[in-house]
Structures are given as C-alpha cells and as structure tokens.
Design a protein around this ligand. Structure first.
Ligand SMILES: CC(C)CCNC(=O)Cn1cc(-c2ccc3c(-c4nc5ccccc5[nH]4)n[nH]c3c2)cn1
Length: 261
C-alpha cells in the first residue's frame, strides 16, 4: 500500500505532525481520510515510539462510535494513517455554527459516547480526551471519537489555552491525584453541558480561574435546560469520582431513554 493507491483530495484538517486529506482508494473507490505525518517532524519530536503505541491501541479498537484506523504505511517522507472518513466533519464546527445543539440530538450523542466509553473501559483504556474538538460526525449523524491526542490542532478560534483546553480536566487530575476511568464520566458531563449550552461549565478566560472553578465544582445550569438534562449533568459533574453516575446507568437515565431511537 502506498500513496499511489489513492487519489488525494483537499485538506480537511491539520495537526502538529501533519495534515489530513480526503482521499479515494483507486481500486475500491472507498473514501478515507489520509493523515500524513512528517517522519522528520516525528523524529525531531522523538514521537515515533508513542505513535507506534497509539497505532497499536487504535488498530484493535472496533466500535461504531470510535473512528477506525483502517491501515498505515510510510515512504521516506511521510508516515501515513488511513483513517475512516466522517462525512459531516468535526462536531465542534456544528457548535460554532449553531451556538448550542437541541436536547434530542445531544441526548443521542451522549448515549453513543457512553456506549463507546464503556467499550474503551472494558479494554482498560481511559481518558480518550473527549471534547468537541476530538469528535467527528458521520453520514448518519453518528458520533466518532477520533483521538487527536496526536495532532494538537492549530489554535482554533475556540480554545486559546496553550496546552489545549483545561475545561475537560476533572478535579482529581487538577490536584495531581491518581485517576481512573471515572475521569471520562466527568468529561462526559462537561461535554453534555457544552453541547447543550455552547459553553463549557467552568470556562474562564484564564487557566487559574478555570482551575479554581473546577476544583470547587462551581457551575450553574441555564434555565432553558430540561429537568432530566440537569439531573444527568449533576450526576456526572460530581467531585468524588465514586459518586459519578456509572456508564451503564447513564444509558438507563430518563434523559437518554426518552430520545432513544
Ligand atoms: C493511531 C493514532 C496515532 C491516532 C489515530 N487518530 C488520529 O490520527 C486522529 N485523527 C483523526 C483525524 C481526522 C480528521 C478529520 C477527519 C474527517 C473529516 N471529515 C470531514 C468532512 C467535512 C469537513 C471536514 C472533515 N474531516 N474524517 N475523518 C477524519 C479524521 C485527524 N487525526
């Protein structure tokens, strides 16, 4: 497999180590996303070992709501990842476009995220960095976790903070305590809040202010939210990880059940 097997189209994303292009595999006509990583950059950043580890993890994740790594190859300039193409692009662009999303749509996205996270947790993989910037939407409006752990997005208009956003980091990680898969329950609560309101619950212009509000779990729920939506957010944004609603109960929550297909 090499680049000769593909008709490469326009750029659809860019990251720290390279760019992403839409492409069509010539024999099958299959549309994919090709992520071209500069080998020189990878070596300079001493990142090739971590890349191999990530490829290992991603290659054996098979779930409808986790973006598939279909394959990879390299020539002497690029390491190329063949990734599943998500036809409706990045979720946060919807957020920028519409400001906030309807409860029915968010409820379905959160249900899909809970399914994907319980699959990931069963594989003892955690903290897949779930925030709108890492989520893609496919043709049937299904969410795809595309772990951009790799490519730090060029400063998008949404997050100015240096190391990517702190908005999704739970209190235990802010305080440098050990953490477990329950960090993803917190992030799911932050994601649900942000998709329903258009802003993250602890968002502040400065990092220290954000830290403070996260540590004190200081957030308010806007009036337009339904009772059930508030209840789910409150049961996930719990300071004590053990008190956060487990994923299996998220999937049985009234706000999730009432919009299920
Ligand atoms: C194996 C390991 C190192 C991690 C593999 N995962 C990644 O590299 C994460 N990643 C996914 C992408 C990515 C970016 C954009 C897309 C798209 C896509 N579809 C679009 C439709 C309209 C506008 C933009 C679009 N981007 N489909 N699949 C993608 C995949 C970029 N980095």
């Amino acid at each position: 497999m090499s680049l000769k097997n593909f008709d490469v189209g326009r750029g659809i994303g860019k990251g720290q180590f390279g760019r992403v292009f839409i492409a069509r595999e010539k024999t099958s006509g299959y549309i994919v996303a090709l992520k071209m990583l500069s080998i020189e950059e990878l070596i300079k950043a001493n990142a090739e070992r971590q890349l191999r580890r990530e490829v290992e993890i991603q290659a054996n994740l098979r779930h409808p709501n986790i973006l598939r790594l279909l394959g990879h190859f390299h020539d002497n300039i690029f390491f190329v990842l063949i990734l599943e193409y998500a036809a409706k692009g990045e979720l946060y662009k919807q957020l920028v476009k519409y400001g906030r999303l309807k409860e029915k749509k968010v409820s379905r996205y959160i249900a899909q995220m809970a399914e994907a996270l319980s699959y990931i947790h069963k594989k003892h993989v955690i903290h897949r960095d779930i925030k709108p910037e890492n989520l893609l939407i496919d043709l049937n409006d299904e969410i795809k976790i595309a772990d951009f752990g790799w490519s730090v997005h060029t400063p998008s208009q949404r997050r100015k903070t240096f190391c990517g956003t702190l908005d999704y980091i739970p209190p235990e990680m802010i305080e440098g305590k050990e953490h477990d898969e329950k960090v993803d329950l917190w992030s799911l609560g932050v994601l649900c809040y942000e998709l329903l309101t258009g802003t993250a619950p602890f968002e502040e212009p400065g990092n220290t202010a954000t830290y403070k509000r996260i540590a004190k779990v200081e957030f308010t729920l806007p009036d337009h939210l339904s009772y059930d939506a508030r209840d789910l957010i409150n049961s996930l944004l719990q300071r004590d990880p053990k008190r956060r609603l487990p994923l299996k109960d998220v999937l049985k929550h009234p706000w999730i059940r009432k919009y299920k297909k």
